[in-house]
Write a protein that binds this ligand. Structure first.
Ligand SMILES: Nc1ncnc2c1ncn2[C@@H]1O[C@H](COP(=O)(O)OP(=O)(O)O)[C@@H](O)[C@H]1O
Ligand SMILES: [Mg+2]
Length: 349
């Protein structure tokens, strides 16, 4: 009997369009051995079983497909799957592959739902996902394990009363320029380099649009590097992103805008690459990760940890597949391995 694999995409997240890109690559590369059950989640949170062509996903046309059937993930472990409302029937699935980035997908919510339903999920568990989604909590944990990081301060909206005073305080603490970004966001949404008071007013306003908590961070110059991890602590090859623009923003990430990705790296020594791998494992394990993740760093005079993504981008030019391709694992094998890890781990936390 073939493995019935539910592939989740879309989601209630600012990164909904990124998920559509990622899942298109995933579906085009998944091994034919799986019996795939596609689950599209609209930006407003409606779940549908989608059975149309993969080519209609990325542009959003999947939502208009006449055969879409509204579904619910049953939290009754006996059903082990989805309830199709119109058809009044349960569909058993062996495993769930959530290709959902950011809020309501990467942050522990879906992972918790799968745990309740007792269905193996190709993702780290609820706790690690929630911690990794929140950059302040990730920093606190990584810091306690001695991982080098930029100086930072977490700011809550409720404390943001006097921007002038705050600006002076942050400049004293972090120097200029510094960085602001929402604590729980991705794809560089709301992330800004602050070089003066005007940037600060705009940048803070924008960052707070995405989250009630933001981080102000010391600016780190240098290239961005990192590596993929899977299972207990199998690391991929180290990648390096060399961008001609100011930051690794949305256009650079998804349109390949003025971006070159090197695997292995172009500018790092073997020792520096080993350090990236070592620190990736430290952070991954400290957060309790055990299925997949991608740890990101800055390479300046030393290797400085930035963040870890537990459902990293999966487009054909994304870093996670590139990291494992560099280690000799093609995309299809990578997905097979991740699904096997999830099935083996099961739901017994
Ligand atoms: N402290 C920093 N110094 C310099 N650049 C930064 C800093 N923090 C973030 N950036 C830039 O902003 C981008 C997005 O920030 P990141 O923390 O990775 O959040 P996201 O979850 O949105 O990817 C990074 O890839 C990097 O280009
Ligand atoms: Mg990032």
């Amino acid at each position: 009997m073939s493995i019935k694999l539910a592939v989740l995409f879309g989601g209630q997240s600012h990164e909904h369009p990124v998920s559509l890109m990622s899942v298109t690559s995933v579906l085009n590369n998944l091994d034919k051995k799986y019996d795939i059950y596609m689950v599209g989640i609209t930006a407003s949170g409606c779940w549908y079983h989608y059975s149309g062509p993969v080519s209609d996903i990325e542009n959003g046309d999947w939502e208009k497909h006449p055969d879409n059937t509204e579904i619910i993930l049953s939290t009754n472990p006996e059903h082990h799957g989805f309830y199709e409302i119109e058809n009044n029937k349960y569909v058993y699935v062996h495993v769930i592959l959530p290709i959902l980035h950011g809020r309501n997908g990467e942050d522990g919510t879906i992972q918790g739902l799968c745990q309740l339903a007792n269905i193996p999920c190709v993702s780290c568990d609820l706790t690690s996902s929630a911690m990794a989604m929140d950059k302040e909590f990730t920093h606190l944990i990584a810091e306690s394990y001695g991982v080098p990081m930029a100086k930072y301060v977490a700011l809550h909206r409720r404390d943001y009363h006097n921007p002038d005073e705050l600006y002076d305080r942050l400049v004293k603490m972090l120097g200029l320029p510094f960085y602001v970004k929402p604590s729980k966001e991705g794809s560089s949404f709301g992330a800004h380099k602050i070089s003066n008071h005007e940037d600060f007013v705009k940048g803070f306003d924008d960052a707070f649009k995405y989250d009630d908590k933001i981080l102000a961070e010391e600016f780190i110059s240098g290239t961005e590097v990192g590596c993929g991890i899977m299972g207990d602590d199998t690391v991929g090859e180290v990648f390096e992103i060399v961008v001609e623009t100011e930051m690794y923003g949305y256009a650079e990430k998804y349109d390949g805008y003025k971006t070159n990705i090197y695997v292995p790296t172009k500018n790092l020594s073997k020792e520096q690459e080993e350090e990236v791998k070592r620190l990736s494992k430290v952070v991954y394990k400290a957060l309790g990760c055990d299925v997949l993740g991608r740890a990101d760093f800055f390479a300046s005079d030393r290797i400085i940890f930035n963040e870890i993504n537990l459902i990293p981008g999966f487009t054909s030019h994304s870093l996670y597949p590139a990291s494992f391709k560099g280690a000799g694992m093609d995309y299809t094998t990578l997905l097979n391995n991740l699904i096997d890890i999830a099935l083996k781990r099961g739901t017994n936390e």
